[in-house]
Design a protein around this ligand. Structure first.
Ligand code: HEC
Length: 201
Protein backbone atom coordinates (compact mmCIF):
# COMPACT_ATOMS: atom_id res chain seq x y z
CA UNK A 1 0.00 0.00 0.00
CA UNK A 2 1.43 3.41 -0.87
CA UNK A 3 1.14 6.27 1.53
CA UNK A 4 -1.92 7.84 -0.01
CA UNK A 5 -3.80 4.55 -0.11
CA UNK A 6 -2.84 3.93 3.48
CA UNK A 7 -4.00 7.33 4.66
CA UNK A 8 -7.28 6.91 2.78
CA UNK A 9 -7.75 3.48 4.32
CA UNK A 10 -7.07 4.79 7.84
CA UNK A 11 -9.48 7.68 7.34
CA UNK A 12 -12.17 5.31 6.11
CA UNK A 13 -11.62 3.04 9.06
CA UNK A 14 -11.80 5.97 11.47
CA UNK A 15 -15.07 7.03 9.85
CA UNK A 16 -16.57 3.59 10.22
CA UNK A 17 -15.51 3.26 13.84
CA UNK A 18 -16.81 6.75 14.66
CA UNK A 19 -20.20 6.08 13.10
CA UNK A 20 -20.49 2.73 14.93
CA UNK A 21 -19.65 4.39 18.21
CA UNK A 22 -22.18 7.13 17.65
CA UNK A 23 -24.93 4.58 17.05
CA UNK A 24 -28.38 5.87 17.85
CA UNK A 25 -26.97 9.00 19.52
CA UNK A 26 -26.25 10.32 16.05
CA UNK A 27 -27.37 13.93 15.69
CA UNK A 28 -30.60 14.22 13.66
CA UNK A 29 -30.48 17.22 11.28
CA UNK A 30 -33.07 19.91 12.03
CA UNK A 31 -35.00 19.46 8.76
CA UNK A 32 -35.28 15.69 9.35
CA UNK A 33 -36.46 16.35 12.91
CA UNK A 34 -39.13 18.66 11.58
CA UNK A 35 -40.40 16.07 9.09
CA UNK A 36 -40.38 13.28 11.73
CA UNK A 37 -42.24 15.52 14.19
CA UNK A 38 -44.91 16.33 11.60
CA UNK A 39 -45.54 12.63 10.82
CA UNK A 40 -45.21 11.56 14.47
CA UNK A 41 -47.58 14.25 15.76
CA UNK A 42 -50.37 13.43 13.34
CA UNK A 43 -49.99 9.65 13.81
CA UNK A 44 -50.01 9.92 17.62
CA UNK A 45 -52.94 12.38 17.49
CA UNK A 46 -54.89 9.76 15.54
CA UNK A 47 -54.03 7.07 18.12
CA UNK A 48 -54.91 9.26 21.12
CA UNK A 49 -58.15 10.32 19.50
CA UNK A 50 -59.24 6.74 18.77
CA UNK A 51 -58.29 5.46 22.22
CA UNK A 52 -59.98 8.35 24.04
CA UNK A 53 -63.19 8.15 22.01
CA UNK A 54 -63.50 4.41 22.62
CA UNK A 55 -62.54 4.68 26.29
CA UNK A 56 -65.10 7.42 26.91
CA UNK A 57 -67.83 5.40 25.18
CA UNK A 58 -66.96 2.26 27.17
CA UNK A 59 -66.97 4.23 30.45
CA UNK A 60 -70.33 5.81 29.70
CA UNK A 61 -71.81 2.44 28.86
CA UNK A 62 -70.38 0.26 31.61
CA UNK A 63 -68.47 2.44 34.09
CA UNK A 64 -64.80 1.98 34.97
CA UNK A 65 -65.10 -1.78 35.40
CA UNK A 66 -66.58 -2.10 31.90
CA UNK A 67 -64.01 0.29 30.50
CA UNK A 68 -61.20 -1.78 31.85
CA UNK A 69 -62.51 -4.60 29.74
CA UNK A 70 -62.06 -2.23 26.83
CA UNK A 71 -58.50 -1.21 27.76
CA UNK A 72 -57.45 -4.73 28.48
CA UNK A 73 -58.90 -6.37 25.41
CA UNK A 74 -59.15 -3.60 22.81
CA UNK A 75 -56.33 -1.10 23.36
CA UNK A 76 -53.73 -3.17 21.49
CA UNK A 77 -56.20 -4.10 18.72
CA UNK A 78 -57.20 -0.46 18.24
CA UNK A 79 -53.55 0.56 18.20
CA UNK A 80 -52.91 -2.01 15.46
CA UNK A 81 -55.89 -0.64 13.50
CA UNK A 82 -54.65 2.96 13.69
CA UNK A 83 -51.14 1.76 12.76
CA UNK A 84 -52.59 0.19 9.60
CA UNK A 85 -54.52 3.36 8.78
CA UNK A 86 -51.66 5.80 9.21
CA UNK A 87 -48.96 3.44 7.90
CA UNK A 88 -46.34 3.94 10.63
CA UNK A 89 -45.68 1.67 13.61
CA UNK A 90 -46.69 2.94 17.06
CA UNK A 91 -46.47 1.72 20.62
CA UNK A 92 -47.50 2.97 24.05
CA UNK A 93 -44.83 2.28 26.62
CA UNK A 94 -43.77 3.25 30.13
CA UNK A 95 -41.07 2.57 32.72
CA UNK A 96 -43.95 1.52 35.00
CA UNK A 97 -45.87 -0.60 32.55
CA UNK A 98 -49.05 -2.51 33.27
CA UNK A 99 -48.91 -5.02 30.44
CA UNK A 100 -45.47 -6.66 29.99
CA UNK A 101 -46.21 -6.66 26.24
CA UNK A 102 -45.82 -2.86 26.42
CA UNK A 103 -42.40 -3.01 28.13
CA UNK A 104 -39.88 -0.53 26.67
CA UNK A 105 -36.88 -1.62 24.58
CA UNK A 106 -33.41 -0.17 25.14
CA UNK A 107 -33.89 3.08 23.22
CA UNK A 108 -37.40 3.56 24.59
CA UNK A 109 -35.96 3.33 28.13
CA UNK A 110 -33.46 6.04 27.20
CA UNK A 111 -36.25 8.27 25.85
CA UNK A 112 -38.46 7.68 28.91
CA UNK A 113 -35.55 8.59 31.20
CA UNK A 114 -34.90 11.73 29.18
CA UNK A 115 -38.46 12.99 29.81
CA UNK A 116 -38.31 12.04 33.45
CA UNK A 117 -34.98 13.75 34.10
CA UNK A 118 -35.89 16.99 32.29
CA UNK A 119 -39.17 17.02 34.24
CA UNK A 120 -37.43 16.59 37.57
CA UNK A 121 -34.76 19.18 36.73
CA UNK A 122 -37.04 21.87 35.33
CA UNK A 123 -40.51 20.98 36.65
CA UNK A 124 -41.75 20.81 33.05
CA UNK A 125 -42.05 18.11 30.45
CA UNK A 126 -40.09 18.92 27.31
CA UNK A 127 -41.58 18.65 23.81
CA UNK A 128 -41.31 15.52 21.69
CA UNK A 129 -37.98 13.79 21.16
CA UNK A 130 -36.59 12.51 17.85
CA UNK A 131 -33.90 9.83 17.81
CA UNK A 132 -32.34 7.79 15.06
CA UNK A 133 -32.89 4.06 15.43
CA UNK A 134 -30.79 2.04 13.07
CA UNK A 135 -29.97 3.00 9.49
CA UNK A 136 -33.44 3.38 8.08
CA UNK A 137 -35.63 4.50 10.96
CA UNK A 138 -36.29 7.59 13.02
CA UNK A 139 -38.34 7.47 16.16
CA UNK A 140 -40.67 10.13 17.48
CA UNK A 141 -41.40 10.09 21.21
CA UNK A 142 -44.40 11.93 22.58
CA UNK A 143 -44.71 12.27 26.37
CA UNK A 144 -48.06 11.44 28.03
CA UNK A 145 -49.39 12.84 31.29
CA UNK A 146 -52.31 11.61 33.35
CA UNK A 147 -55.60 13.52 33.49
CA UNK A 148 -58.04 13.03 36.41
CA UNK A 149 -60.20 10.40 34.57
CA UNK A 150 -57.09 8.23 34.05
CA UNK A 151 -56.77 7.85 37.84
CA UNK A 152 -59.75 5.53 38.02
CA UNK A 153 -57.43 2.91 36.61
CA UNK A 154 -53.95 4.36 37.31
CA UNK A 155 -54.44 6.28 40.59
CA UNK A 156 -53.66 5.35 44.18
CA UNK A 157 -55.62 2.90 46.34
CA UNK A 158 -58.47 5.27 47.25
CA UNK A 159 -59.06 6.37 43.66
CA UNK A 160 -59.15 3.01 41.94
CA UNK A 161 -62.57 1.41 42.25
CA UNK A 162 -62.37 -1.96 44.13
CA UNK A 163 -64.03 -3.79 41.20
CA UNK A 164 -61.42 -2.32 38.85
CA UNK A 165 -58.61 -3.24 41.28
CA UNK A 166 -59.85 -6.84 41.42
CA UNK A 167 -59.72 -7.08 37.60
CA UNK A 168 -56.25 -5.49 37.55
CA UNK A 169 -54.99 -7.94 40.19
CA UNK A 170 -56.26 -10.85 38.19
CA UNK A 171 -55.07 -9.77 34.72
CA UNK A 172 -51.89 -7.90 35.59
CA UNK A 173 -50.35 -9.55 38.66
CA UNK A 174 -47.14 -7.51 38.20
CA UNK A 175 -48.91 -4.20 37.44
CA UNK A 176 -46.65 -1.18 38.04
CA UNK A 177 -49.09 1.40 36.63
CA UNK A 178 -51.04 2.50 39.72
CA UNK A 179 -50.24 5.07 42.43
CA UNK A 180 -50.11 8.01 40.00
CA UNK A 181 -51.51 11.53 40.52
CA UNK A 182 -53.06 13.90 37.96
CA UNK A 183 -50.37 15.64 35.90
CA UNK A 184 -47.80 12.88 36.45
CA UNK A 185 -45.66 11.75 33.54
CA UNK A 186 -47.02 8.35 32.57
CA UNK A 187 -45.08 7.24 29.50
CA UNK A 188 -44.77 7.85 25.79
CA UNK A 189 -46.23 7.06 22.43
CA UNK A 190 -43.36 5.93 20.23
CA UNK A 191 -43.83 6.38 16.47
CA UNK A 192 -41.38 4.74 14.05
CA UNK A 193 -40.85 6.75 10.90
CA UNK A 194 -39.01 4.96 8.07
CA UNK A 195 -36.28 7.15 6.55
CA UNK A 196 -37.84 6.82 3.08
CA UNK A 197 -40.96 8.60 4.33
CA UNK A 198 -38.90 11.71 4.94
CA UNK A 199 -37.72 12.17 1.39
CA UNK A 200 -34.31 13.50 0.34
CA UNK A 201 -32.87 16.17 2.63
C1 HEC B 1 -60.74 1.97 32.42
C2 HEC B 1 -59.41 1.85 32.92
C3 HEC B 1 -58.33 2.74 32.34
C4 HEC B 1 -58.36 4.11 32.18
C5 HEC B 1 -59.47 5.07 32.52
C6 HEC B 1 -57.06 4.46 31.63
N1 HEC B 1 -56.27 3.34 31.46
FE1 HEC B 1 -54.36 3.30 30.77
N2 HEC B 1 -54.39 1.26 30.83
C7 HEC B 1 -55.45 0.49 31.31
C8 HEC B 1 -55.15 -0.91 31.06
C9 HEC B 1 -56.03 -2.11 31.42
C10 HEC B 1 -53.90 -0.94 30.39
C11 HEC B 1 -53.16 -2.16 29.87
C12 HEC B 1 -53.58 -2.34 28.41
C13 HEC B 1 -52.98 -3.57 27.77
O1 HEC B 1 -53.14 -4.66 28.32
O2 HEC B 1 -52.34 -3.38 26.70
C14 HEC B 1 -53.45 0.43 30.26
C15 HEC B 1 -52.28 0.81 29.65
C16 HEC B 1 -51.85 2.11 29.51
C17 HEC B 1 -50.60 2.50 28.85
C18 HEC B 1 -49.61 1.56 28.14
C19 HEC B 1 -48.45 1.14 28.97
C20 HEC B 1 -48.78 0.10 30.03
O3 HEC B 1 -48.70 0.48 31.21
O4 HEC B 1 -49.08 -1.07 29.70
C21 HEC B 1 -50.54 3.86 28.91
C22 HEC B 1 -49.42 4.75 28.38
C23 HEC B 1 -51.74 4.32 29.58
N3 HEC B 1 -52.51 3.23 29.93
C24 HEC B 1 -52.05 5.66 29.80
C25 HEC B 1 -53.31 6.08 30.20
C26 HEC B 1 -53.72 7.49 30.21
C27 HEC B 1 -52.82 8.66 29.85
C28 HEC B 1 -55.04 7.50 30.60
C29 HEC B 1 -55.97 8.69 30.69
C30 HEC B 1 -56.09 9.49 29.49
C31 HEC B 1 -55.44 6.12 30.86
N4 HEC B 1 -54.37 5.30 30.61
C32 HEC B 1 -56.68 5.74 31.28
C33 HEC B 1 -56.59 0.97 31.93
C34 HEC B 1 -57.02 2.27 31.90
Amino acid sequence: MDRLARTTFMLLLAGIVASCGAGEEEEVPAEVQEAVIAIGSSASDALLHTLMANLTAAMQENGAAGAIEFCSTSASGLTAEVVREVGVDMKRTSLRYRNPANAPDEQEIKALRHFQSVLSETGQLPGPLVLKAGRDEYRFYRPLTLAPPCLRCHGSAGEVDPTVQAILDERYPDDMATGYSAGDFRGVIRVSVPADRIGPT
